[in-house]
Design a protein around this ligand. Structure first.
Ligand SMILES: NC(=O)c1ccc[n+]([C@@H]2O[C@H](COP(=O)([O-])OP(=O)(O)OC[C@H]3O[C@@H](n4cnc5c(N)ncnc54)[C@H](O)[C@@H]3O)[C@@H](O)[C@H]2O)c1
Length: 351
């Protein structure tokens, strides 16, 4: 198995990072470039949220000589075939997707295009170009209606409560098929509510800061009675970087008579990437008020369709695989976000 340093310093074998203009893809691309990789970033810079933020992330990556950007839609079959044929990536880190639970209620087709057709194009590209390892974003939302916490990768996840979750679960099934049929090593990452600098404006932490900054009330769903396993971006990046060289292999312990959903006789793996420490929504708001130095006016609202009550990651499999699990306490992560929001976002991007 290649070592992490041999992967990251080999300039002849590019790493594809899809969704490189997005929150997590941007951070991953940046760290891979710092480690000496050649990175081909792929993104269609769609307007699901402010494209100026996506352009600003790309502007941070652009000066790096080993960064190449391709503005492409992953749902465009011909364009993706061409990209894979030209670059023959050794590793593919697939972060591009239509994200967001609530948006999937009103815009279901965006999820079919990017998350199903787009994902198939990624699988086909990997198969055709002999990619050594596909690492792709799944989501904690696949746990759906499950209530036994912490969520374990070996739990059955057959009851999604949003179309977004269903497409992420579909990605895991599609990946397994390619691992089984073609021996393509695939690793799925179930991210748990990722936050931090350069984060997503549609997510709670960013929205609450925006509301406080602009003097608007914040919307508090389920009257604040919700919990999320908020996971700091630097921890997510560290976990993913350690998993890229850990190419998925068949697990001889897998038993077809009692199939463990987390492993397989095919080179297929799943990991939870979460903080293993859920935070109540009201505690999150208190941490944000503290960091922002002002109190929020709270508008208490009912639970939203597609939302789940609590998320909580069991990270045993991750810790065993890469000797690391996310650990940044919420107040520390929120302070880092607040500094970025003040100095970079409001200081220079959106004064
Ligand atoms: N941020 C989280 O808390 C979280 C939690 C669970 C799962 N995820 C998953 O992690 C991945 C990264 O999430 P993120 O928070 O960085 O989201 P993001 O929206 O910031 O990034 C996704 C990027 O993909 C691009 N994209 C979308 N559809 C595309 C298409 N058809 N072709 C090309 N590019 C396309 C977007 O323009 C965007 O820049 C996604 O797959 C998301 O579903 C994120």
């Amino acid at each position: 198995m290649p070592t992490s340093s041999s992967i990251f310093s080999s300039s002849s074998t590019p790493i594809f990072v899809t969704g490189a203009a997005g929150f997590i893809g941007f951070h991953l691309a940046r760290r891979l470039l710092e480690a000496g990789s050649t990175v081909v970033g792929i993104d269609n810079i769609n307007d699901y949220y402010d494209t100026a933020l996506k352009e600003a992330r790309l502007a941070e990556l652009a000066p790096h000589p080993a960064f190449h950007f391709e503005r492409r839609d992953i749902a465009d079959r011909d364009a993706m075939q061409d990209l894979f044929h030209r670059h023959r990536p050794a590793y593919v880190v697939h972060m591009a997707a239509q994200a967001g639970v609530r948006y999937s209620i009103t815009n279901p087709h965006a999820y079919a295009d990017s998350n199903l057709v787009g994902f198939l194009n990624i699988l086909e590209g990997c198969r055709a170009s002999g990619t050594a390892h596909l690492v792709y974003a799944s989501s904690s939302s696949v746990y759906g209606a499950n209530t036994t916490v912490p969520f374990r990768v070996s739990d059955a996840v057959d009851h999604p409560v949003s179309l977004y979750a269903a497409t992420k679960k579909a990605n895991e099934l599609m990946a397994h098929t390619y691992s089984h049929l073609y021996g393509l090593p695939t690793t799925g990452l179930r991210f748990f509510t990722v936050y931090g600098p350069w984060g997503r404006p549609d997510m709670a932490v960013f929205r609450f800061f925006d509301a406080l900054y602009e003097g608007r009330p914040i919307d508090v769903y389920n009257n604040g009675d919700m919990q999320r396993d908020f996971t700091f971006i630097d921890d997510v990046v560290e976990a993913v970087l350690r998993l890229i060289p850990r190419v998925a292999t068949p697990d001889p312990a897998w038993n077809a008579a009692r199939p463990d959903p987390a492993i397989s006789s095919a080179p297929y793996r799943l990991y939870n990437i979460g903080n293993n420490a859920p935070t109540g929504l009201m505690d999150l708001i208190a941490a944000i008020e503290e960091a922002a130095g002002r109190e929020a006016e709270k508008r208490l609202l009912p639970m939203q369709p597609g939302d789940v009550y609590a998320t909580f990651a069991d990270v045993t499999a991750l810790a065993e695989a890469v000797d690391f699990s996310p650990r940044t306490p919420i107040r520390q992560g929120i302070a880092a976000f607040a500094a970025w929001y003040r100095e970079v976002y409001r200081g220079r991007l959106k004064p």
